[in-house]
Design a protein around this ligand. Structure first.
Ligand SMILES: *Cc1c(COP(=O)(O)O)cnc(C)c1O
Length: 443
Protein backbone atom coordinates (compact mmCIF):
# COMPACT_ATOMS: atom_id res chain seq x y z
CA UNK A 1 0.00 0.00 0.00
CA UNK A 2 1.15 3.55 -0.73
CA UNK A 3 2.29 5.63 2.17
CA UNK A 4 -0.54 8.10 3.02
CA UNK A 5 0.69 11.68 3.34
CA UNK A 6 -0.31 12.46 6.97
CA UNK A 7 -1.28 15.95 5.83
CA UNK A 8 -4.16 14.42 3.85
CA UNK A 9 -5.66 13.38 7.20
CA UNK A 10 -5.98 16.96 8.45
CA UNK A 11 -9.71 17.78 8.69
CA UNK A 12 -10.95 20.11 5.96
CA UNK A 13 -11.93 23.71 6.67
CA UNK A 14 -15.62 23.23 5.86
CA UNK A 15 -15.88 20.19 8.12
CA UNK A 16 -14.27 22.11 11.00
CA UNK A 17 -16.50 25.15 10.44
CA UNK A 18 -19.53 22.84 10.53
CA UNK A 19 -18.76 21.46 14.00
CA UNK A 20 -21.66 22.39 16.34
CA UNK A 21 -19.44 24.14 18.91
CA UNK A 22 -17.74 26.15 16.15
CA UNK A 23 -21.09 27.18 14.65
CA UNK A 24 -22.40 28.21 18.07
CA UNK A 25 -19.31 30.38 18.61
CA UNK A 26 -20.57 32.60 15.77
CA UNK A 27 -22.85 34.36 18.24
CA UNK A 28 -19.70 35.64 19.99
CA UNK A 29 -17.06 35.77 17.28
CA UNK A 30 -17.23 36.89 13.69
CA UNK A 31 -16.46 34.62 10.73
CA UNK A 32 -13.02 36.08 10.13
CA UNK A 33 -11.82 35.31 13.66
CA UNK A 34 -13.23 31.78 13.54
CA UNK A 35 -11.56 31.09 10.17
CA UNK A 36 -8.28 32.39 11.62
CA UNK A 37 -8.56 29.96 14.53
CA UNK A 38 -9.28 27.09 12.10
CA UNK A 39 -6.35 28.06 9.87
CA UNK A 40 -3.97 28.34 12.84
CA UNK A 41 -4.74 24.82 14.06
CA UNK A 42 -4.55 23.33 10.54
CA UNK A 43 -1.24 25.12 10.06
CA UNK A 44 0.14 23.56 13.26
CA UNK A 45 -0.85 20.12 11.92
CA UNK A 46 0.64 20.79 8.45
CA UNK A 47 3.94 21.84 9.93
CA UNK A 48 4.02 18.62 11.98
CA UNK A 49 3.52 20.30 15.35
CA UNK A 50 0.17 18.57 15.92
CA UNK A 51 -1.10 15.07 15.00
CA UNK A 52 -4.04 15.27 12.57
CA UNK A 53 -6.25 13.52 15.12
CA UNK A 54 -5.70 16.40 17.56
CA UNK A 55 -6.88 19.14 15.19
CA UNK A 56 -10.52 18.95 16.21
CA UNK A 57 -10.08 18.94 20.02
CA UNK A 58 -7.40 21.65 19.85
CA UNK A 59 -9.67 23.81 17.68
CA UNK A 60 -12.60 23.33 20.07
CA UNK A 61 -10.40 24.36 22.99
CA UNK A 62 -9.15 27.41 21.07
CA UNK A 63 -12.68 28.48 20.16
CA UNK A 64 -13.88 28.05 23.75
CA UNK A 65 -10.94 30.04 25.10
CA UNK A 66 -11.25 32.89 22.60
CA UNK A 67 -13.37 35.63 24.14
CA UNK A 68 -14.80 38.52 22.14
CA UNK A 69 -12.66 41.01 24.05
CA UNK A 70 -8.96 40.59 24.66
CA UNK A 71 -9.25 42.48 27.95
CA UNK A 72 -8.69 39.96 30.74
CA UNK A 73 -10.14 40.25 34.23
CA UNK A 74 -7.37 40.51 36.84
CA UNK A 75 -7.44 39.81 40.57
CA UNK A 76 -5.70 42.83 42.08
CA UNK A 77 -3.40 41.47 44.83
CA UNK A 78 -1.17 44.56 44.94
CA UNK A 79 -2.91 46.34 47.81
CA UNK A 80 -3.10 49.43 45.55
CA UNK A 81 -6.78 50.35 45.45
CA UNK A 82 -7.07 52.74 42.51
CA UNK A 83 -4.69 51.02 40.12
CA UNK A 84 -4.59 52.95 36.85
CA UNK A 85 -3.05 50.07 34.87
CA UNK A 86 -5.92 47.87 36.05
CA UNK A 87 -8.63 50.29 34.98
CA UNK A 88 -8.95 52.17 38.30
CA UNK A 89 -12.18 51.56 40.24
CA UNK A 90 -13.89 48.16 39.98
CA UNK A 91 -17.65 48.77 39.79
CA UNK A 92 -20.15 47.76 42.46
CA UNK A 93 -22.72 45.09 41.62
CA UNK A 94 -25.37 47.80 41.47
CA UNK A 95 -23.32 49.81 38.99
CA UNK A 96 -22.71 46.73 36.82
CA UNK A 97 -26.44 45.96 36.79
CA UNK A 98 -27.19 49.59 35.86
CA UNK A 99 -24.77 49.61 32.98
CA UNK A 100 -26.07 46.32 31.63
CA UNK A 101 -29.61 47.71 31.86
CA UNK A 102 -28.51 50.83 29.96
CA UNK A 103 -26.77 48.85 27.25
CA UNK A 104 -29.91 48.60 25.11
CA UNK A 105 -32.32 51.39 24.18
CA UNK A 106 -32.76 53.56 27.24
CA UNK A 107 -34.46 56.90 28.06
CA UNK A 108 -31.17 58.77 28.49
CA UNK A 109 -32.53 61.85 26.66
CA UNK A 110 -36.24 61.18 26.55
CA UNK A 111 -39.17 61.98 28.80
CA UNK A 112 -41.34 58.88 28.53
CA UNK A 113 -44.39 60.65 30.01
CA UNK A 114 -44.88 62.97 27.05
CA UNK A 115 -42.37 61.65 24.52
CA UNK A 116 -40.38 64.88 24.48
CA UNK A 117 -36.64 65.22 24.61
CA UNK A 118 -35.20 65.52 28.13
CA UNK A 119 -31.92 66.69 29.63
CA UNK A 120 -29.25 64.03 29.13
CA UNK A 121 -28.08 62.33 32.31
CA UNK A 122 -30.76 63.85 34.55
CA UNK A 123 -30.61 60.84 36.89
CA UNK A 124 -26.87 61.03 37.44
CA UNK A 125 -27.15 64.78 38.01
CA UNK A 126 -29.92 64.35 40.58
CA UNK A 127 -27.95 61.65 42.41
CA UNK A 128 -24.86 63.88 42.56
CA UNK A 129 -26.84 66.85 43.85
CA UNK A 130 -28.50 64.68 46.50
CA UNK A 131 -25.10 63.36 47.61
CA UNK A 132 -23.50 66.82 47.53
CA UNK A 133 -26.13 69.40 48.50
CA UNK A 134 -23.50 72.16 48.53
CA UNK A 135 -23.58 72.04 44.71
CA UNK A 136 -26.33 73.99 42.94
CA UNK A 137 -25.80 72.12 39.69
CA UNK A 138 -23.71 69.33 38.21
CA UNK A 139 -22.41 68.32 34.79
CA UNK A 140 -20.88 64.95 33.94
CA UNK A 141 -18.29 64.65 31.16
CA UNK A 142 -15.96 61.98 29.83
CA UNK A 143 -13.22 62.19 32.49
CA UNK A 144 -11.44 64.55 34.86
CA UNK A 145 -9.10 65.81 32.17
CA UNK A 146 -12.06 66.63 29.91
CA UNK A 147 -13.72 68.50 32.79
CA UNK A 148 -10.59 70.60 33.22
CA UNK A 149 -10.33 71.27 29.49
CA UNK A 150 -13.99 72.28 29.34
CA UNK A 151 -13.70 74.59 32.36
CA UNK A 152 -10.52 76.31 31.17
CA UNK A 153 -11.81 76.63 27.61
CA UNK A 154 -15.18 78.03 28.58
CA UNK A 155 -13.82 80.37 31.26
CA UNK A 156 -10.37 81.33 30.03
CA UNK A 157 -9.66 80.57 26.34
CA UNK A 158 -7.56 83.45 25.00
CA UNK A 159 -7.13 84.70 28.56
CA UNK A 160 -5.24 83.68 31.68
CA UNK A 161 -5.59 80.85 34.17
CA UNK A 162 -3.94 81.93 37.41
CA UNK A 163 -2.42 79.04 39.38
CA UNK A 164 0.30 78.30 41.89
CA UNK A 165 3.70 76.94 40.84
CA UNK A 166 3.25 74.36 43.60
CA UNK A 167 0.31 72.87 41.70
CA UNK A 168 1.76 72.17 38.24
CA UNK A 169 0.94 68.48 38.18
CA UNK A 170 1.92 65.69 35.79
CA UNK A 171 -0.92 63.21 36.24
CA UNK A 172 0.69 60.18 34.64
CA UNK A 173 2.67 58.80 31.69
CA UNK A 174 3.80 62.24 30.57
CA UNK A 175 0.39 63.93 30.75
CA UNK A 176 0.72 67.35 32.28
CA UNK A 177 -2.29 69.33 33.34
CA UNK A 178 -0.44 72.46 32.24
CA UNK A 179 -0.04 71.18 28.65
CA UNK A 180 -3.67 70.17 28.66
CA UNK A 181 -4.80 73.65 29.68
CA UNK A 182 -2.51 75.41 27.23
CA UNK A 183 -3.92 73.24 24.46
CA UNK A 184 -7.25 75.02 25.04
CA UNK A 185 -5.77 78.39 24.14
CA UNK A 186 -5.68 79.62 27.72
CA UNK A 187 -2.42 81.15 28.96
CA UNK A 188 -1.06 79.96 32.27
CA UNK A 189 -0.21 82.68 34.73
CA UNK A 190 1.97 80.89 37.29
CA UNK A 191 2.30 82.51 40.70
CA UNK A 192 4.35 81.84 43.84
CA UNK A 193 7.03 79.16 44.08
CA UNK A 194 7.13 75.38 44.23
CA UNK A 195 6.88 75.29 48.00
CA UNK A 196 5.17 78.56 48.95
CA UNK A 197 2.42 80.62 47.40
CA UNK A 198 0.69 83.50 49.17
CA UNK A 199 -2.55 85.38 48.69
CA UNK A 200 -0.68 88.47 47.46
CA UNK A 201 0.90 86.35 44.70
CA UNK A 202 -2.56 85.61 43.33
CA UNK A 203 -3.77 89.17 43.92
CA UNK A 204 -0.83 90.61 41.98
CA UNK A 205 -1.62 88.46 38.96
CA UNK A 206 -5.30 89.33 38.62
CA UNK A 207 -6.29 91.77 35.92
CA UNK A 208 -8.53 92.33 32.93
CA UNK A 209 -7.04 89.27 31.22
CA UNK A 210 -7.84 86.82 34.02
CA UNK A 211 -10.22 84.07 32.94
CA UNK A 212 -10.26 82.11 36.17
CA UNK A 213 -8.24 81.18 39.23
CA UNK A 214 -7.45 77.47 39.39
CA UNK A 215 -6.54 75.51 42.48
CA UNK A 216 -5.23 72.03 41.71
CA UNK A 217 -4.94 69.34 44.35
CA UNK A 218 -1.44 67.80 44.06
CA UNK A 219 -3.02 64.36 44.12
CA UNK A 220 0.02 62.19 43.42
CA UNK A 221 2.89 63.89 45.28
CA UNK A 222 3.58 65.70 48.52
CA UNK A 223 5.87 68.59 49.30
CA UNK A 224 7.01 68.55 52.92
CA UNK A 225 8.94 71.12 54.93
CA UNK A 226 8.80 74.90 54.46
CA UNK A 227 5.53 75.11 52.58
CA UNK A 228 2.46 77.25 52.41
CA UNK A 229 -0.59 77.38 50.20
CA UNK A 230 -3.59 79.69 50.25
CA UNK A 231 -6.72 78.16 51.81
CA UNK A 232 -9.75 77.91 49.54
CA UNK A 233 -11.80 80.37 51.62
CA UNK A 234 -9.20 83.16 51.27
CA UNK A 235 -8.79 82.48 47.58
CA UNK A 236 -12.53 82.55 47.12
CA UNK A 237 -12.84 85.98 48.78
CA UNK A 238 -10.16 87.29 46.44
CA UNK A 239 -11.84 85.73 43.40
CA UNK A 240 -15.29 87.03 44.34
CA UNK A 241 -13.93 90.50 45.04
CA UNK A 242 -12.49 90.59 41.53
CA UNK A 243 -15.48 88.98 39.81
CA UNK A 244 -13.33 86.02 38.70
CA UNK A 245 -14.50 82.39 38.91
CA UNK A 246 -12.55 80.04 41.18
CA UNK A 247 -12.14 76.50 39.87
CA UNK A 248 -10.85 73.69 42.12
CA UNK A 249 -9.51 70.51 40.54
CA UNK A 250 -9.76 67.99 43.39
CA UNK A 251 -8.73 64.93 41.41
CA UNK A 252 -9.89 62.28 43.82
CA UNK A 253 -13.64 62.54 43.67
CA UNK A 254 -14.57 62.49 47.35
CA UNK A 255 -17.98 64.15 47.60
CA UNK A 256 -17.77 64.53 51.38
CA UNK A 257 -14.86 64.30 53.85
CA UNK A 258 -13.53 60.82 54.67
CA UNK A 259 -11.99 60.59 58.17
CA UNK A 260 -9.62 57.92 56.83
CA UNK A 261 -8.05 60.46 54.47
CA UNK A 262 -7.92 63.73 56.41
CA UNK A 263 -5.69 65.48 53.83
CA UNK A 264 -7.82 64.55 50.84
CA UNK A 265 -10.03 67.43 49.64
CA UNK A 266 -13.74 66.88 49.03
CA UNK A 267 -16.36 68.61 46.94
CA UNK A 268 -18.68 69.60 49.81
CA UNK A 269 -15.91 71.34 51.76
CA UNK A 270 -14.43 73.03 48.67
CA UNK A 271 -17.83 74.37 47.64
CA UNK A 272 -18.66 75.49 51.18
CA UNK A 273 -15.31 77.32 51.20
CA UNK A 274 -16.37 79.27 48.14
CA UNK A 275 -15.11 77.41 45.06
CA UNK A 276 -17.40 78.21 42.12
CA UNK A 277 -16.75 74.89 40.38
CA UNK A 278 -15.05 71.71 41.58
CA UNK A 279 -13.69 69.05 39.24
CA UNK A 280 -13.27 65.40 40.17
CA UNK A 281 -12.87 62.00 38.53
CA UNK A 282 -15.57 59.34 38.69
CA UNK A 283 -13.24 56.36 38.83
CA UNK A 284 -10.89 57.28 41.66
CA UNK A 285 -12.08 57.46 45.29
CA UNK A 286 -15.71 57.82 44.24
CA UNK A 287 -15.42 54.23 43.03
CA UNK A 288 -17.48 54.61 39.85
CA UNK A 289 -16.96 54.53 36.10
CA UNK A 290 -14.60 56.78 34.17
CA UNK A 291 -16.23 60.21 34.27
CA UNK A 292 -15.41 63.83 34.98
CA UNK A 293 -17.65 65.58 37.50
CA UNK A 294 -18.20 69.33 37.49
CA UNK A 295 -20.12 70.52 40.54
CA UNK A 296 -20.82 74.07 41.55
CA UNK A 297 -22.68 77.34 41.07
CA UNK A 298 -25.67 77.28 38.75
CA UNK A 299 -24.55 80.09 36.41
CA UNK A 300 -21.02 78.73 35.99
CA UNK A 301 -22.15 75.14 35.33
CA UNK A 302 -24.69 76.48 32.82
CA UNK A 303 -21.93 78.40 31.06
CA UNK A 304 -19.86 75.20 30.76
CA UNK A 305 -22.85 73.11 29.61
CA UNK A 306 -23.62 75.66 26.85
CA UNK A 307 -20.08 75.63 25.45
CA UNK A 308 -19.76 73.70 22.14
CA UNK A 309 -16.92 71.64 23.60
CA UNK A 310 -19.37 70.16 26.13
CA UNK A 311 -20.82 68.05 23.30
CA UNK A 312 -17.39 66.66 22.43
CA UNK A 313 -16.67 65.53 25.98
CA UNK A 314 -20.11 64.30 27.02
CA UNK A 315 -20.43 61.14 29.10
CA UNK A 316 -21.85 58.04 27.45
CA UNK A 317 -25.04 56.40 28.68
CA UNK A 318 -23.19 53.45 30.24
CA UNK A 319 -21.04 55.76 32.36
CA UNK A 320 -24.07 57.85 33.34
CA UNK A 321 -25.95 54.73 34.44
CA UNK A 322 -23.01 53.31 36.41
CA UNK A 323 -22.24 56.70 37.98
CA UNK A 324 -25.80 57.22 39.17
CA UNK A 325 -25.89 53.70 40.64
CA UNK A 326 -22.52 54.23 42.35
CA UNK A 327 -23.55 57.51 43.94
CA UNK A 328 -26.98 56.19 44.97
CA UNK A 329 -25.69 52.81 46.18
CA UNK A 330 -23.85 51.51 49.22
CA UNK A 331 -20.06 51.67 49.60
CA UNK A 332 -18.49 50.58 46.27
CA UNK A 333 -15.47 48.21 46.19
CA UNK A 334 -12.99 51.12 46.34
CA UNK A 335 -14.48 52.43 49.57
CA UNK A 336 -14.72 48.92 51.04
CA UNK A 337 -11.05 48.29 50.23
CA UNK A 338 -10.09 51.65 51.75
CA UNK A 339 -11.95 50.90 54.98
CA UNK A 340 -11.10 47.18 55.08
CA UNK A 341 -10.79 45.95 58.65
CA UNK A 342 -7.17 45.04 59.41
CA UNK A 343 -8.23 42.15 61.69
CA UNK A 344 -10.43 40.67 59.00
CA UNK A 345 -7.61 41.04 56.42
CA UNK A 346 -5.30 39.25 58.85
CA UNK A 347 -7.72 36.32 59.30
CA UNK A 348 -8.17 35.90 55.53
CA UNK A 349 -4.42 36.10 54.91
CA UNK A 350 -3.65 33.64 57.75
CA UNK A 351 -6.15 31.15 56.36
CA UNK A 352 -4.49 31.18 52.92
CA UNK A 353 -1.03 31.07 54.48
CA UNK A 354 -1.94 27.91 56.44
CA UNK A 355 -3.36 26.27 53.32
CA UNK A 356 -0.32 27.15 51.23
CA UNK A 357 2.44 26.90 53.82
CA UNK A 358 3.43 30.53 53.15
CA UNK A 359 4.58 33.28 55.51
CA UNK A 360 2.46 36.32 56.42
CA UNK A 361 4.16 39.72 56.60
CA UNK A 362 2.84 43.20 57.42
CA UNK A 363 2.12 45.06 54.19
CA UNK A 364 0.76 48.57 53.69
CA UNK A 365 -1.88 49.09 51.04
CA UNK A 366 -2.11 52.36 49.11
CA UNK A 367 -4.87 54.48 47.69
CA UNK A 368 -2.90 54.66 44.45
CA UNK A 369 -3.54 56.89 41.43
CA UNK A 370 -6.67 58.13 43.15
CA UNK A 371 -4.93 60.30 45.69
CA UNK A 372 -3.60 60.37 49.23
CA UNK A 373 0.05 59.92 48.21
CA UNK A 374 2.14 58.48 50.99
CA UNK A 375 -0.80 57.46 53.18
CA UNK A 376 -0.15 53.85 54.28
CA UNK A 377 -3.12 51.53 54.82
CA UNK A 378 -1.98 48.98 57.37
CA UNK A 379 -2.55 45.38 56.29
CA UNK A 380 -0.93 42.04 55.50
CA UNK A 381 0.44 40.00 52.64
CA UNK A 382 1.42 36.44 51.82
CA UNK A 383 5.15 36.30 51.15
CA UNK A 384 6.09 33.99 48.28
CA UNK A 385 9.18 33.40 46.13
CA UNK A 386 9.64 36.15 43.54
CA UNK A 387 9.41 33.66 40.65
CA UNK A 388 5.74 33.07 41.48
CA UNK A 389 4.82 36.58 40.35
CA UNK A 390 5.13 35.96 36.60
CA UNK A 391 3.25 32.68 36.86
CA UNK A 392 0.42 34.41 38.74
CA UNK A 393 0.21 37.22 36.17
CA UNK A 394 0.07 34.84 33.23
CA UNK A 395 -2.15 32.23 34.89
CA UNK A 396 -5.91 31.79 34.76
CA UNK A 397 -7.31 33.74 36.56
CA UNK A 398 -4.66 36.39 36.09
CA UNK A 399 -3.47 37.59 39.51
CA UNK A 400 -1.36 40.74 39.88
CA UNK A 401 0.80 40.56 43.03
CA UNK A 402 3.39 43.09 44.19
CA UNK A 403 7.06 42.35 43.65
CA UNK A 404 9.14 43.96 46.36
CA UNK A 405 12.57 43.31 47.90
CA UNK A 406 13.01 40.02 46.08
CA UNK A 407 9.62 38.59 47.09
CA UNK A 408 6.20 38.17 45.57
CA UNK A 409 3.63 39.69 47.92
CA UNK A 410 -0.07 38.84 47.71
CA UNK A 411 -2.27 41.42 49.45
CA UNK A 412 -5.99 40.61 49.81
CA UNK A 413 -7.19 44.21 50.46
CA UNK A 414 -8.54 44.66 46.91
CA UNK A 415 -9.63 41.05 46.43
CA UNK A 416 -13.30 40.33 47.13
CA UNK A 417 -13.45 37.68 49.88
CA UNK A 418 -15.41 35.34 47.60
CA UNK A 419 -12.27 35.16 45.39
CA UNK A 420 -9.92 34.00 48.19
CA UNK A 421 -10.28 30.38 47.06
CA UNK A 422 -9.36 31.34 43.47
CA UNK A 423 -6.27 33.16 44.76
CA UNK A 424 -5.31 30.10 46.82
CA UNK A 425 -5.72 27.80 43.81
CA UNK A 426 -3.71 30.14 41.57
CA UNK A 427 -0.88 30.39 44.13
CA UNK A 428 -0.87 26.63 44.70
CA UNK A 429 -0.57 26.01 40.96
CA UNK A 430 2.15 28.65 40.53
CA UNK A 431 4.15 27.24 43.45
CA UNK A 432 3.88 23.74 41.95
CA UNK A 433 5.09 24.90 38.50
CA UNK A 434 7.93 26.78 40.10
CA UNK A 435 8.96 23.69 42.06
CA UNK A 436 8.70 21.53 38.94
CA UNK A 437 10.86 24.00 37.00
CA UNK A 438 13.44 24.11 39.83
CA UNK A 439 13.51 20.32 40.04
CA UNK A 440 13.96 20.17 36.26
CA UNK A 441 16.94 22.50 36.46
CA UNK A 442 18.46 20.56 39.38
CA UNK A 443 17.97 17.22 37.65
C1 LIG B 1 -6.53 62.25 38.08
C2 LIG B 1 -6.51 63.72 38.02
C3 LIG B 1 -6.95 64.40 36.87
C4 LIG B 1 -7.38 63.67 35.64
O1 LIG B 1 -8.58 62.99 35.81
P1 LIG B 1 -8.94 61.79 34.81
O2 LIG B 1 -10.29 61.36 35.29
O3 LIG B 1 -7.88 60.77 34.95
O4 LIG B 1 -8.98 62.36 33.44
C5 LIG B 1 -6.94 65.77 36.87
N1 LIG B 1 -6.51 66.46 37.95
C6 LIG B 1 -6.09 65.85 39.08
C7 LIG B 1 -5.63 66.68 40.24
C8 LIG B 1 -6.07 64.46 39.15
O5 LIG B 1 -5.64 63.85 40.26
Amino acid sequence: MDQVDPRRLIPRTNDLLALPAVREARTRLNGRIIRELVRDVQEQARSGGLPAGQVEPVLLAAVAARTATTLRPVLNATGVIVHTNLGRAPLSEGAVAALVAASGYVDVELDLSDGSRSRRGAGARAALLAACPAAEDALVVNNGAAALVLATTALAAGREVVLSRGELVEIGAGFRLTDLMESTGARLREVGTTNRTHLHDYAGALGPDTGCILKVHPSNFRVDGFTSAVPMAELSRLAAGNGVPLVADLGSGLLAPDPFLPDEPDAATALASGADVVIASGDKLLGGPQAGLLLGRREVIARLARHPLARAVRADKLALAALEATVAGGPPPVVQALHADAGQLRRRTDRLARELGAAVVPHDGRVGGGGAPGVPLAGWALRLPEGVARLLRTGDPAVLPRVHDGFCLVDLRCVPERDDARIAAAVREALASLEAADAGRAG
